[in-house]
Design a protein. Structure first.
Length: 88
């Protein structure tokens, strides 16, 4: 009986974290949309497309690492600078 209560609580916490993450992404996308449009208009050398491709490759590698058992913190997922990690 106790494991059922723990499972329900952990499911609720996981769902709440996913909801907060999704809302934060939606708000961030809405706020950053004008800046992205200006950046895309000013990108004459195609640097942004190259960075996006590099980021997708980096994210695929990160998801492979996550499947191996590593987890990232909630703070890391909500950080506004998480998309700049591939630049370091």
């Amino acid at each position: 009986m106790q494991t059922l209560a723990v499972d329900i609580a952990s499911t609720f916490i996981d769902d709440a974290a996913a909801l907060v993450t999704g809302l934060a992404r939606a708000v961030l996308k809405f706020v950053m949309a004008p800046i992205d449009r200006i950046a895309n208009a000013c990108d004459t050398a195609g640097v942004l497309a190259e960075r996006r491709a590099t980021f997708r490759m980096w994210r695929a590698n990160r998801s492979r690492t996550r499947r191996e058992g590593r987890r990232f913190s909630l703070l890391g997922r909500l950080s506004p600078f998480r998309h700049l990690v591939h630049l370091t």
